[in-house]
Structure formats: structure tokens, C-alpha cells
Design a protein around this ligand. Structure first.
Ligand SMILES: [Zn+2]
Length: 473
């Protein structure tokens, strides 16, 4: 057993222990031919290899564990939090009134009242990806098979029991088999995490190009912003300070506008910025031109420092708000971004759902396009499996990332990771059964799909080395 493999298994905890005895482990290390003859069928070997491999989780919104344990950055601090993201959206779409949703996910109501709010809608959503993630989390973390009126007290108790120091390691490493996460902290541009080598961070550039949010960014930089040039200096300050420690930069501006960023020179953007700074409101076309200029300025700063640019594409979180025509335009606009800056690595998140076929075409065609399946397994588990199958048979295997939980409540990540492991297994099994892949080819893909691609694309080893002596520790 190599040192690396030992590390992997150690990180895996229960998952690894289950997989240790699996014949695939011996075969992977060049086990004796006799052992190979006894190897179980392709399905079992693929599953064993996946169970024995850790995931690099490329997208989360997790607060630091210490903050979570004091109830910060979550809507409530009981089992209702498991429904607060994203299952509440399916519940609303199923017809649950907002008031009932807030009772379930908010503070103040007791378990019984929460269950009464949930019960009428539970049968409609328990089978969706969001619903399955929560049910699996309850099963794997609390040991409760089914959520119903009788099991609620047990779930409420188990929630408290898990919510103690060490909770993140228990859920993420031991249960989900995750070796590291990439956190897009939603309450500031960059989180100086207390667990920096486990909860790696993105630098959010959303407020640098949308808004822009002058006060939030300028104050820590100690720069008085009088004009666009000053604002450029503020942006550069954030990139200088956190770029060496960030795995990537991230923007979810696709919730607010299209990805049709045009190259707007500074001389055209400067008067618009001056008016924005003076508190004048810009018309939509002027606002777009200012955002376009700042987007490319930020992309330039990221690219100069070798930081991939993660962009939200596709589906919208929430309910009753998504302009699907705008979502549909994302892949075409993403192609223009790839052409606009060939030296930038663009990571298009969430497989652009539901336009995932176009995203495969992007990765197949553009050297600098990476497609990230973060969030996808719970949005639509069946489509995600089809995406991965099509992707593997069509596009270079080194540019797909297969897991990001995309959660604030850490518990749900365990459920999502289980769905991802199952989906990756099924995709590979079916490709083998269909003779698209040989078994050895399928087994060889497990490591890059689950961890290797992410480690290379985000230069994780280098970042971890630097983070071990981060200045804020
Ligand atoms: Zn997200």
C-alpha cells in the first residue's frame, strides 16, 4: 500500500474501512493474477474503486465550523436547517406557502409545529434530488431510516448530538469521503478560515464588478476611491492580498444579468464610474458597460495570477424567479468569453443546467473551458448521470469536475456526496456495459474525475502548502 493510498484511506474513515477488503484495492496495486480471476464483476469493481477514492469538493458555501456551532450564517439551529437550502425551493414549487416555509426553516417553532408545516408537502418532494440529499443525510448521519411524524423526535435529538466540535470532519471527511472543500463564502469577499487547508476558499469578485460595492472593498484596502483608477487599485489590493491563498475567483453575476461581457476600455468606463461614485444612477446600458469593463479587469487580475475564473451558469436557486431565456443564453455567451481571453481558465459551474449538452460542446471545443458538476447531482440526478456519460465520450476527461455540494448546512453535503458517488458509478458502469469504455479505462478515470482534475486545475497542493502558514492563523 503506497503512502498516498494510506492517506486516502485514513481520510475516508468508515467509507475506506468498508472498501479496504474489496478486491479492487489489490488489483489496483497490481495484485496477483489469481486475485484478479476472483475479482467480482465490473460493477462491483467500479463501486469499490469509487468508495476507496476521496472527493475534492469544488464548491460549498460553508461557514467555518466554529461559526456554525454558535448558530451563525444559518437560518435556524435545529433539523429545520436541512430544509433551508435547497429543499425549501421544491417545497415552495410544490405549493407550500411562504409562511409555512419560514416556520419550517426559521427559529422559534418547535419540532412538532415544523413537522405539521412540512407533512402535507413532503410526499411531493421526497424523491427530488434535493429531497434525496436530505433523506440520505438523515440516514447516514442520524441513523434514521425514514423521516415521518414518529421519527422527528429522534431526528431532533440526533441533530444536537452531531452539532459539536469536530462536526465538519465527521460529516465531510468521515461520512462523505471529502479530502478538501472550496468555499465561496457568501458574507464577505474572502474568509480567513480557521481550517484553511480543509476549507479552501474562493475570492469572490462579484462586488468588484457588479454594483460595484465601493465601501466593502475600499475600507479594508485603506484606499480612498475618487475615480476608476483608484477602484482598479482596490481590486488589485484584494488580488494581491488573497490571490496567493485563494483556489479561484468566483462570480454569481449570472443571477443578475447575462454573461455577455464586452471589452469596454477604461476611458469609456471612467466617466460612468465617476457618476456611480457620485451616487447618480446609471441607465441599464450604462450600468452594463461599467460592469463589462470591471469584469474584464478582474479576469485580467485573476489570469495574471494563474487563478481560474469560476462563473455561475444555468439554473437559479430559489423559486418563482428564473428567467429561463437568460439561462439559455449562457452557453453561447460562455463561448464568447473563452474566445475573448484564451489564456484564462473559465470554470462553468452547475453544468449550465438545463443546457448541459451545450456545456459539453464548450469543453470539447475550447481549451480553456472547464465544466463543473457542482450542485448538479441534486438539481437533477438523472440528467447529471447522462451529462457525465456524454461528457466522457465526447470531451477531454481532464476538464470536468464531478462534485461540489453547494450547501450552507454541512449535513446536506453528505447526502449530495452519496448521490454523486452513485451517479459517477452508474455513468461508468453503463459506459462499460455499452462498450464505450473498457473496465480498465473506467477504473483509471475514477481518480481524475473525483479528485485529480480538481487538484491540477486549482493547484491544490501548492495552495495547501502556502495556507499552512497563512498570515491570519
Ligand atoms: Zn453556490
Amino acid at each position: 500500500m503506497t503512502a498516498m493510498r494510506r492517506d486516502v484511506l485514513k481520510g475516508l474513515g468508515v467509507l475506506g474501512a468498508a472498501a479496504l477488503g474489496a478486491p479492487a484495492a489489490g488489483a489496483a496495486e497490481g495484485g496477483a493474477p489469481a486475485a484478479r480471476e476472483e475479482a467480482p464483476d465490473a460493477r462491483a469493481r467500479i463501486r469499490a474503486r469509487i468508495a476507496a477514492t476521496t472527493l475534492v469538493d469544488t464548491h460549498e458555501h460553508l461557514p467555518d465550523e466554529a461559526d456554525r456551532l454558535r448558530g451563525a450564517f444559518v437560518e435556524c439551529d435545529d433539523w429545520g436547517v436541512l430544509f433551508s437550502q435547497y429543499l425549501d425551493s421544491d417545497l415552495i414549487a410544490a405549493g407550500m406557502p411562504k409562511k409555512q416555509r419560514d416556520l419550517l426553516c426559521g427559529r422559534g417553532a418547535d419540532s412538532e409545529a415544523k413537522w405539521r408545516a412540512l407533512e402535507p408537502y413532503w410526499p411531493a418532494v421526497k424523491h427530488t434530488g434535493y429531497g434525496q440529499a436530505v433523506r440520505i443525510a438523515i440516514r447516514e448521519l442520524y441513523g434514521v431510516e425514514e423521516l415521518n411524524g414518529r421519527s422527528i423526535p429522534e431526528i431532533a435529538q440526533a441533530y444536537e448530538k452531531l452539532r459539536v466540535p469536530g462536526m465538519y470532519r465527521r460529516v465531510l471527511a468521515e461520512t462523505a469521503g471529502i479530502e478538501s472543500c472550496q468555499v465561496n463564502f457568501l458574507w464577505g469577499p474572502f474568509k480567513e478560515s480557521r481550517q484553511p487547508t480543509f476549507l479552501l476558499q474562493d475570492l469572490s469578485f462579484l462586488g468588484m464588478h457588479i454594483g460595484p460595492d465601493i465601501r466593502t472593498f475600499a475600507e479594508p484596502a485603506g484606499i480612498e476611491v475618487k475615480n476608476l483608477e483608484d477602484w482598479h487599485r482596490v481590486i488589485a489590493w484584494w488580488f494581491d492580498r488573497y490571490g496567493p491563498y485563494a483556489v479561484a475567483v468566483k462570480s454569481q453575476a449570472a443571477y443578475l444579468r447575462g454573461l455577455d461581457y464586452e471589452q469596454v476600455p477604461a476611458r469609456d468606463a471612467a466617466p460612468l464610474f465617476a457618476r456611480h461614485r457620485a451616487g447618480e444612477s446609471l441607465d441599464p446600458a450604462e450600468r452594463k458597460r461599467l460592469e463589462d469593463h470591471l469584469f474584464w479587469f478582474c479576469v485580467g487580475e485573476a489570469t495574471r495570477r494563474g487563478l481560474p475564473v469560476k462563473l455561475h451558469t444555468g439554473y437559479y436557486a430559489g423559486a418563482n424567479g428564473m428567467p429561463i431565456a437568460r439561462v439559455r443564453a449562457n452557453p453561447g455567451e460562455a463561448a464568447a468569453l473563452c474566445r475573448g481571453s484564451p489564456q484564462t481558465t473559465f470554470v462553468f459551474m452547475h453544468i449550465g443546467y438545463p443546457c448541459w449538452q451545450e456545456m459539453i460542446a464548450l469543453a470539447k471545443h475550447y481549451t480553456n473551458a472547464v465544466i463543473d458538476m457542482c450542485w448538479a447531482w441534486i438539481i437533477d440526478p438523472a440528467a447529471s448521470k447522462e451529462f457525465l456519460k456524454s461528457y466522457i465520450a465526447a470531451a477531454p476527461a481532464n476538464k470536468v469536475l464531478t462534485f461540489g455540494g453547494d450547501y450552507i448546512p454541512v449535513e446536506c453535503v453528505a447526502g449530495h456526496a452519496r448521490l454523486a458517488r452513485r451517479g459517477i458509478a452508474r455513468a461508468l458502469e453503463e459506459l462499460v456495459a455499452e462498450e464505450t469504455l473498457g473496465l480498465d479505462d473506467a477504473l483509471a478515470l475514477v481518480d481524475p474525475l473525483m479528485r485529480g482534475n480538481a487538484r491540477a486545475i486549482f493547484r491544490i497542493e501548492e495552495k495547501i502548502r502556502r495556507l499552512e502558514s497563512a498570515p491570519w492563523l
